[in-house]
Design a protein around this ligand. Structure first.
Ligand SMILES: [Zn+2]
Length: 256
C-alpha cells in the first residue's frame, strides 16, 4: 500500500517536473498560467491532468486539437514514481529520503532539458548547490556523519571535487581534441550532486558516468541521428546509482 501511495505521489510531482522541463528553458513562469496544450493553447482540465492515467486514456493526444503529446510526459511521470519508491525502500521516511528526493527530482528535470536543448539551466543547479550545503550543515546523517561541521565540509569538498573533476576533464579534452567537450552546465551539475552526496561519491559519479555514455548515445543516435551527446543524463544516472549503492560499492572496492 505504502509503495503504491509513494508511486502516485512521485508521479504527481513528476507532472510538475514536466511543467519545469517545458517552461524553464523557455524562461516561462512555472506557476502560471495553468497547464495548456502547447499546440492549440487549449486549457487542460483537471481530469486530463492526472499523471500517467490521462496520457493513457487520451492515447497520447490533446483532447481538443488531437495533436500528439510527447511521450516524455508519461516517461517522466513514471520515472519520478519509481525514483520515489526506490528512495523510500532504501532510506525509509527519513529526512535523508526527502533531501535525496529533492536532488533526484532536480536531476530528472536537468536531464530531460539537457536531452532536448543541450543545456542545463543555472536556475536548477545554483540554488541546488546551496540547498545541498545547507542540508549537509543542518543534517549530518546525510553525509554519514555525527557532527555538523564535518558534514558541511564533506558537502563543500563535494562541490569542489564534483565541479573540479568535470572542469578538469573538459580542460584536458579541449587541449587534446581542440574543441569544447564539456559545458559549464555539466560542471555545475556535478557540483550540485557533490553538495548532496559528498566528495567521495561525487568522484565515484564522475568515474561511473562514462559507462552510461554508450547507452544514452545509442538511443539518441537511433532516434534522432544526433552526434553531440548531452552529458547531463549520464551524470544523473551515475549519481542515482551512487545515491543507492555508492557506499556499498566503495566499501567493496577499497575494503574500508
Ligand atoms: Zn491541443
Amino acid at each position: 500500500m505504502t509503495i503504491i501511495f509513494l508511486f502516485i505521489i512521485g508521479a504527481i510531482t513528476g507532472s510538475f517536473m514536466n511543467v519545469c522541463i517545458y517552461r524553464l528553458p523557455r524562461d516561462e513562469s512555472i506557476v502560471k498560467p495553468p497547464s495548456h496544450c502547447p499546440s492549440c493553447g487549449g486549457r487542460i482540465p483537471w481530469f486530463d491532468n492526472i499523471p500517467i492515467l490521462s496520457f493513457l486514456i487520451l492515447r497520447g493526444k490533446c483532447r481538443f486539437c488531437k495533436k500528439r503529446i510527447p511521450a516524455r510526459y508519461i516517461i517522466v511521470e513514471a520515472l519520478s514514481g519509481f525514483i520515489c519508491v526506490l528512495l523510500f525502500l532504501h532510506f525509509g521516511l527519513t529526512a535523508k529520503f526527502f533531501i535525496l528526493w529533492y536532488l533526484s527530482s532536480a536531476l530528472l528535470v536537468a536531464s530531460f532539458i539537457d536531452l532536448q536543448f543541450q543545456e542545463i539551466p543555472d536556475i536548477i543547479t545554483l540554488p541546488g548547490i546551496v540547498v545541498g550545503l545547507v542540508a549537509a550543515g543542518l543534517y549530518p546523517p546525510l553525509m554519514g556523519r555525527l557532527n555538523n561541521f564535518p558534514s558541511f565540509l564533506d558537502s563543500l569538498l563535494g562541490v569542489l571535487a564534483g565541479g573540479g573533476s568535470i572542469y578538469l576533464a573538459g580542460f584536458i579534452g579541449e587541449f587534446i581534441f581542440k574543441k569544447e567537450s564539456m559545458g559549464g552546465g555539466d560542471v555545475k551539475l556535478l557540483a550540485m550532486i557533490g553538495s548532496f552526496i559528498g566528495w567521495k561519491l561525487a568522484l565515484f559519479t564522475f568515474f561511473l558516468a562514462p559507462f552510461f555514455g554508450s547507452f544514452v548515445g545509442i538511443v539518441l543516435k537511433i532516434k534522432e541521428g544526433r552526434e553531440i551527446i548531452p552529458y547531463g543524463p549520464h551524470l544523473s544516472l551515475a549519481a542515482f546509482v551512487a545515491i543507492l549503492y555508492g557506499e556499498e560499492i566503495l566499501k567493496k572496492l577499497f575494503l574500508v
